[in-house]
Ligand binder design. Structure first.
Ligand code: SF4
Ligand code: SF4
Length: 147
């Protein structure tokens, strides 16, 4: 059996920082459903618009408002596609050097697995999650692999 190329350690590095967690319409509907709220009230409570795009609010601690220390993402099944796609972003799949660099940032990426296995598992994951680069409604699509 192959070794897991990625296993999230819930360190929160990828949930830290202002902005960047963009939400497409699909993301907004899914997150609101997960929170059992109307889309408008969810947006009012947890999102803001910048450059015409909806983004998840950052808390006073500098983390995404949904991040919980020790527990990770509190909306995991409803999280936006950009969070769903990490760390299997296109750049990390096509470039071994990027894969090596993200290991310092993301302790969930397993160096033992090797880049080829990371690519294989990543592509399978992207397909399973229905994360398509060609989905015009997916704000993360520029970061997603062709396959
Ligand atoms: S940086 Fe990696 S290990 Fe840390 S929370 Fe994000 S995905 Fe998980
Ligand atoms: S929605 Fe979840 S996975 Fe995405 S940044 Fe916020 S806490 Fe992290």
């Amino acid at each position: 059996m192959s070794v897991a190329a990625f296993d999230c350690k819930m360190c929160g590095h990828c949930c830290h920082g202002e902005g960047g967690i963009v939400m497409s319409e699909k993301d907004r509907v899914r997150l609101a459903e997960h929170l059992e709220q109307e889309v408008d009230s969810m947006l009012e409570q947890y999102a803001y618009q910048r450059g015409g795009k909806w983004q998840v609010v950052t808390g006073d601690d500098g983390y995404c408002v949904f991040f919980r220390e020790g527990a990770g993402c509190s909306v995991h099944p409803g999280r936006p596609d950009i969070c769903r796609a990490w760390p299997f972003f296109r750049g990390n799949l096509i470039d071994e050097g990027s894969w090596e660099m993200i290991q310092e940032y993301c302790p969930g990426v397993n160096p033992e697995a090797g880049h080829d296995e990371f690519v294989r598992q990543g592509k399978e994951y992207i397909r399973q999650e229905g994360l398509s680069r060609h989905d015009p409604d997916c704000d993360a699509n520029a970061l997603i692999s062709e396959e």
